[in-house]
Design a protein around this ligand. Structure first.
Ligand code: HEC
Ligand code: HEC
Length: 326
């Protein structure tokens, strides 16, 4: 800036004004920065959110370790192969997530979600008294069960332990509680069921509308069927095939093809014969004997949900599955 000859020189004055404006802006910047760190804005922090014994910080580590962002977005960040997960806890609730995450290759049926509500801690965490109350409280779970329950998904089965599943649920609980000012916007889609999603092998897509009525309503009506057919229906209703294939291939759990009567090697190195007693025990108390190559805690216990006749029927069904072919 130069001073025009014959006019009063204003350079010093203008410089002072510029510095004053800069100073005011710097003060505003510092004040707003400080404000953004104040707890009083009601924003949750991850170390204050827990689900059972798990806190959200642990869950974030699991989320990063498995690179879930390679397929999903979280708060709009990430990749677009899978849906945004910011509000999935608020929409579908903890029991649906507990049913989905260990066997992500298959969408949980109503009965598969209700298995997790048998756990009093899970019931308390979801703030519901029973399955009906749960579906009312988490309409996203009812919608997912009705539209997709029993079908296959585009997400791979990941080897998540029970511990890691709990930690991830804590993380999703935290992200659901964040005040994101309405982000992400609700997607506008005509239908969530992709025509590419195929039903489970052999067993067709469960009649999910019927299955949402009550966990065992559909099964009670079929009790007069022959045991193997009855067993097939129970298996379909509880979506056991999200974890067990009907041939020899390993999914989340061991395949059932040719299992009956075979020698099963357990994690401790011993072997057992897969007879009626072993299969029934595996259904009621899966952690009593762990099959080699698997970890405890992945399969939920069905002891309180399936009665003797249903367990016998499943065993009769497994007995019919041939081991050849694969
Ligand atoms: C290879 C890609 C891929 C990876 C990795 C992946 N997902 Fe997914 N996920 C998907 C896809 C695709 C879907 C939707 C499935 C469909 O519509 O068939 C999905 C669905 C989900 C859903 C259900 C969302 C809803 O709104 O119903 C959850 C929850 C989820 N994933 C959690 C995770 C977590 C947690 C991880 C990491 C531990 C993870 N995903 C890793 C691809 C992936
Ligand atoms: C979330 C995944 C998951 C679901 C759902 C599940 N299982 Fe399993 N299951 C496993 C895993 C993992 C194992 C192996 C570890 C063990 O022995 O507990 C297993 C083991 C078994 C075995 C032991 C015998 C063997 O060698 O295969 C039987 C029988 C069985 N499951 C039956 C069922 C039935 C019946 C249902 C449905 C009512 C069911 N499972 C649902 C994961 C699952």
């Amino acid at each position: 800036m130069t001073c025009t000859p014959g006019k009063p020189c204003e350079e010093g004055k203008k410089r002072r004004m510029a510095f004053a404006a800069l100073g005011i802006l710097a003060i505003i910047f510092i004040l707003l920065s400080m404000l953004s760190f104040l707890d009083s804005r009601g924003q949750v922090t991850p170390d204050t959110v827990s689900y059972g014994a798990h806190d959200a910080v642990e869950g974030k580590r699991v989320f990063q370790a498995y690179n879930c962002m390679g397929c999903h977005t979280m708060l709009g960040n990430g990749a677009y192969f899978g849906p945004d997960l910011t509000n999935v806890y608020e929409q579908a609730g903890p029991a649906w997530l507990a049913a989905f995450l260990p066997s992500a290759g298959g969408w949980p049926t109503s009965a598969a979600v209700s298995v997790h509500l048998q756990d009093p801690a899970q019931l308390a965490a979801s703030g519901s008294s029973d399955m009906d109350a749960y579906l009312k409280r988490y309409p996203g779970a009812a919608e997912r069960v009705q539209r997709r329950g029993g079908g296959t998904t585009f997400m791979p089965n990941l080897p998540l332990t029970k511990e890691q599943v709990g930690q991830l649920i804590a993380f999703f609980k935290y992200t659901s509680e964040m005040n994101t000012e309405g982000w992400p916007p609700k997607p506008r889609v005509d239908g969530l069921k992709s025509p590419l999603a195929t039903p489970f092998p052999i067993i067709g897509v469960a009649n999910a509308a019927e299955a949402t009525g009550g966990a065992t309503a559909g099964v009670a009506a079929t009790a007069s069927l022959d045991p193997a057919t009855h067993g097939e229906q129970v298996v379909k209703e509880f979506a056991c095939t999200a974890c067990h294939s009907l041939d020899r291939s390993k999914l989340v759990g061991p395949g059932w093809g040719g299992l009956y009567g075979s020698q099963v090697t357990l994690a401790d190195g011993s072997t057992v014969v897969a007879d009626d007693a072993f299969l029934a025990e595996s259904i009621r108390a899966p952690d009593a004997k762990i099959v080699a190559g698997h970890v405890a805690g992945t399969m939920p216990s069905y002891a309180t949900l399936l009665d003797q006749a249903q367990v016998d029927a499943i065993v009769a069904y497994i007995r019919t599955l041939p081991g050849d072919g694969q």
